[in-house]
Design a binder for this molecule. Structure first.
Ligand SMILES: *Cc1c(COP(=O)(O)O)cnc(C)c1O
Length: 399
């Protein structure tokens, strides 16, 4: 049976989300009717400018910032690059040391790697078995030369939420700037840049039902940071390029919707996720839940199934109409599994057998039922043919 013609069961919301109709509706006029360049002086361009200004207020309100502290970018990766490179380059005479964690998104990790080539030194903090950074480790890693601490609010693979406010306090106690990649956290973790001691914060529209290719960097007033994109004087001289007006308007509406009722959203999503986790752990032997048992994003379930390979799981799930993801990367030419799972202490085998299911607003209990129906069968079949499966585990103990 080929289920692909039907609506797939989409459980990969950490990769990207669908766009909500009301967000598309908010954007639509800015593609055609209000197409003016926000920088133009005639009255006609004012609508575009108003759209951008309105979105800036919406983003600011969602994170407890002032609108003048919000700068639009072409997504989360650009915001991360800008925060880390910009802060490093602008504060070079004060020091050359950056503290980050081993489980950051590659937009932060590879940026730090590039900065190492430019002569900066970077400490990559370890995490515990649940993926948590110990604020005490941050404190120990900081030296007189530390100019920036960058630790994500919540992890995109295992969903673990960090003690951001505590880490922010430690950074500030030692005179370092604090950046957090909040791309996965917006809409799930209430964010207040004041209370959490955040100087720089990255976010991205397509992770909370907004458009792809548009994001924002929050820059606390007075923070020393170099520009990343040079050219025209847009974004008050901080980020060049004609504004992606429809995208920015969509981002503004999306963040407003995503943060309107975080508690209610989390309750609904976590209830489905918890049932999924309980049933999977209960029905499939030799399975573990990766990430923190409680301090995790409400929509994230990340499992390791012994004796099987993540990409095989994905292919069989895909054939049954289920979209998910894995921390295994065999087909991409690298046999290195997820740096996040390895950092939590998993063996290569366990990391290769990982499956990430991330729920979203359109998922239903029926979607959870579908996964619970298909997954034990998929794992059982793969274990049957896996040379890694010990004899005792060959006959799946399911149903
Ligand atoms: C998706 C993601 C990014 C990158 O955002 P883009 O908008 O896709 O560039 C950065 N950090 C985290 C934690 C993410 O999940």
């Amino acid at each position: 049976m080929n289920d692909l013609d039907r609506h797939p069961v989409y459980m990969d919301h950490a990769a990207t989300t669908f766009m909500k109709p009301e967000i598309m509706a908010a954007m639509a006029p800015y593609f055609s009717r209000y197409f003016g360049n926000p920088s133009s002086l005639y009255r006609f361009a004012r609508e575009s400018r108003n759209g951008v200004d309105g979105a800036r207020r919406q983003v600011a309100a969602a994170i407890g910032a002032n609108p003048e502290e919000v700068f639009f970018t072409a997504g989360g990766s650009e915001a991360d690059n800008w925060a880390v490179k910009g802060a490093a380059l602008a504060n070079r005479e004060r020091g050359d040391h950056i503290v980050t964690s081993a489980i950051e998104h590659h937009a932060v990790l590879h940026t730090c790697g590039w900065l190492e080539k430019q002569g900066f030194s970077v400490t990559y903090l370890p995490v515990d078995e649940f993926g948590r950074v110990d604020p005490g480790d941050v404190e120990e890693a900081i030296t007189d030369a530390t100019i920036l601490v960058s630790v994500m609010t919540a992890n995109n693979e295992i969903g673990t939420i960090q003690s951001v406010a505590e880490i922010g306090r430690v950074a500030h106690d030692h005179g370092a700037l604090f950046h957090t990649d909040a791309v996965q956290a917006v809409g799930a973790v209430p964010i207040d840049v004041e209370r959490m001691g955040i100087d720089l914060l990255s976010l991205s529209g397509h992770k909370f039902y907004g458009p792809k290719g548009v994001g924002a960097l929050y820059i606390r007033r007075g923070t020393r940071i170099e520009n990343l994109i040079h050219g025209g004087g847009q974004e008050r001289g901080r980020r060049a390029g004609t504004e992606n007006v429809p995208g920015i308007v969509g981002l503004g509406r999306a963040i407003e919707l995503a943060t309107a009722d975080i508690e209610g959203h989390n309750r609904r999503i976590a209830a489905m996720r918890d049932r999924l986790v309980r049933s999977v752990l209960g029905s499939i032997p030799d399975t573990r839940l990766n990430g923190h048992p409680t301090e995790r994003l409400p929509n994230n379930a990340n499992f390791s199934f012994r004796y099987v390979e993540g990409e095989s799981i994905l292919l069989l799930l895909d054939a049954r109409g289920i979209c998910a993801s894995t921390g295994s990367a065999c087909s991409s030419g690298s046999s290195e599994p997820s740096h996040v799972l390895l950092a939590t202490g998993l063996s290569h085998e366990e990391a290769h057998g990982s499956l990430r299911l991330t729920l979203g607003d359109a998922n239903t209990e029926e979607d959870v039922d579908s996964v619970l129906e298909v997954l034990p069968d998929v794992i059982g079949r793969l274990r049957e043919i896996s040379p890694l499966t010990p004899v005792r585990a060959r006959i799946p103990e399911v149903d």
